[in-house]
Design a protein around this ligand. Structure first.
Ligand code: GLN
Length: 536
């Protein structure tokens, strides 16, 4: 029978529930259990696809094309197992389903209410992955903070489900903050006590407390937390600030979080966790022999979470190259023809980020022209790839108004065009070209040297594409298409022939980079940046 672990958060947001969930899952997986993690978000959007990155950071896309919360990225990076649409559910999706059922008459004249109809639908979705028979343990992370009005139905669903699942089949981990008051020189337990009290009001007794803290928890503090929150003292787990999120599984191992959880679920903890590869990765990450500086040119740079997976992709690739990657976030809008050399000074490589809309376009084009002409390694992702095509069109092919249809629908040279299947779409949510598509790589290209094979699959999130009417012209001038969708001919990768490293993809390689499988494009780009640095 599948066991269920619920992770709730208290006191404040941003305590790192996703990292705790992913770390626990990693430990359980390392002990041989089949685990997946799902996230239930209390907001009303059907999915985060329509959200500005400034709201909740990057939108993570799964293999099956779901636009999801960025925590799913952590789950995949830690576990190296793909997630899917079922792994991320919002209030909006729950209500949408219930309201649709109501319109179909499925409730047979009953009044449709939060309890039982909404909570039933939440419970059904919480158990969907569990019923697939694929997993021993399902970890469900509840978004938001306990006490929020909008998360109430989710907490109530957890209460009901625990009762239905019966003893020893589920447990609740509550993540809280134990703040340090510098003036008093003390760690404070009261916010945690109040947060647990709120959970108790809803009928949910947490089994394990994970306490975010800047200082070590003394035995005395642990005892106080245990006593006032009705948990065993060994179920008070310290989660001290770490220098990298990839340390957290080992910190949780030291605190016996996995053992405590397994004991409560009456599951064996005999197999010691096999974390050898993880430790190897950490060893390389923490002992770099080199350093490179990479510029990330984008328009959401005030919030690094907007580029979460890219940042993590560099961490994985850095470790592989035993090289620290220092990423400088550069506001695309600030890059002009006049200051581009100054802005990119000291950069060993430049990445132009994905994005939407016109803001910052000129700055991205200025950066690309500069790296193209100065042989600085360049890596373009999605909009970054489209920008490299526009730049080449304008400055090499002489198509002065070359542009993307997204930026200028009246251009006489739409080198990036709206995809055919997008032309009649009016709904914005979930309608882009999303998820995994095959790509065929041409032999003899840089892309082939990087991937070492001709058949790959990558994830997508876009409406526009390279306009194949211009392909001959581009290839004749040295920008070649080295990857194609085998069914539609859509250009997936472009690269420059006469450049040390100028590679750009219409897809999002950052979404597939994990600790166990750093993405080859990131790895090669970092290696190229390192070679560039050494040649200087
Ligand atoms: N805005 C571009 C498109 O829709 C690129 C999207 C992206 O970078 N994810 O095609």
């Amino acid at each position: 029978m599948t066991k269920y672990i619920f992770v709730t958060g208290g006191v404040t947001s941003s305590l790192g529930k996703g990292i705790i969930a992913a770390s626990l899952a990693k430990l359980l997986q390392a002990r041989g259990y089949k685990v997946t993690i799902q996230k239930f978000d209390p907001y009303i959007n059907i999915d985060p696809g329509t959200l500005n990155p400034y709201e909740h950071g990057e939108c993570y896309v799964t293999e099956d094309g779901a636009e999801t919360d960025l925590d799913l990225g952590h789950y995949e990076r830690f576990l190296n197992v793909p997630t899917s649409q079922a792994n991320n559910v919002t209030t909006g999706r729950i209500y949408q389903h219930v309201i649709q059922q109501e319109r179909e008459g499925a409730y047979l004249g009953k009044t449709v209410q939060v309890i039982p109809h909404i909570t039933d639908e939440i419970k059904r979705r919480m158990q969907l992955l569990g019923q697939s028979g694929e997993y021993d343990i399902i970890i469900t992370e509840l978004g938001g903070t306990v006490g929020d009005i909008e998360s109430l139905p989710f907490v109530e669903a957890v209460r009901q489900l625990r009762w239905e699942l019966g003893a020893n089949n589920s447990l609740v981990i509550h993540l809280t903050l134990v703040p340090y008051l510098a003036a008093a020189g003390e760690l404070k337990t009261k916010p945690t006590q109040h947060s647990v009290k709120t959970l108790l009001e809803y009928g949910v007794q947490p089994d394990i407390l994970v306490c975010r803290t800047e200082h070590k928890l003394s035995q005395e503090i642990r005892k106080k937390l245990a006593q006032f929150c009705n948990v065993n003292i060994n179920a008070v787990v310290e989660s001290i600030d770490a220098s990298t999120i990839y340390d957290v599984p080992l910190l949780m191992l030291k605190e016996n979080l996995d053992k405590t959880a397994l004991t409560k679920l009456k599951l064996s903890n005999k197999n010691e966790p096999d974390l050898e590869n993880w430790k190897n990765f950490l060893g390389k990450l923490k002992n770099p022999t080199n350093e490179v500086c990479i510029a990330l040119v984008g328009k959401y740079i005030e919030l690094p979470d907007a580029y979460k997976s890219i940042t993590e992709g560099f961490i994985h690739a850095g470790a592989t190259n035993e090289c620290k990657v220092k990423v400088s976030y550069i506001a695309a809008e600030s890059v002009t023809k006049e200051n581009v050399a100054e802005k990119l000074k000291g950069m060993d490589g430049v990445l132009v980020a994905p994005g939407f809309g016109e803001r910052g376009l000129d700055g991205k084009l200025n950066a690309i022209k500069y790296v193209r002409e100065n042989n600085i390694p360049f890596f373009g992702i999605c909009l970054g790839m489209q920008c490299s095509v526009i730049e080449f069109g304008r400055n090499v092919l002489g198509l002065k108004d070359a542009n993307s249809f997204e930026m200028d629908a009246n251009t006489s040279n739409p080198v990036i065009n709206l995809m055919e299947e997008q032309k009649n779409i009016t709904n914005m949510g979930g309608t882009m070209r999303l998820g995994a598509y095959d790509c065929e790589i041409k032999k003899g290209t840089k892309a082939f040297a990087i991937y070492g094979k001709t058949k790959i699959s990558e994830r997508h999130r876009h409406r526009y594409e390279f306009n194949n009417d211009y392909l001959k012209q581009y290839e004749a001038a040295g920008m070649i298409a080295s990857g194609f969708n085998p069914e539609t001919g859509l250009v997936e990768i472009v690269e420059l022939k006469n450049h040390p490293f100028f590679v750009a993809g219409q897809f999002h390689p950052e979404l597939k980079s994990t600790v166990a499988n750093p993405h080859p494009l990131f790895v090669s780009f970092v290696a190229a940046a390192l070679a560039n640095k050494k040649s200087k």
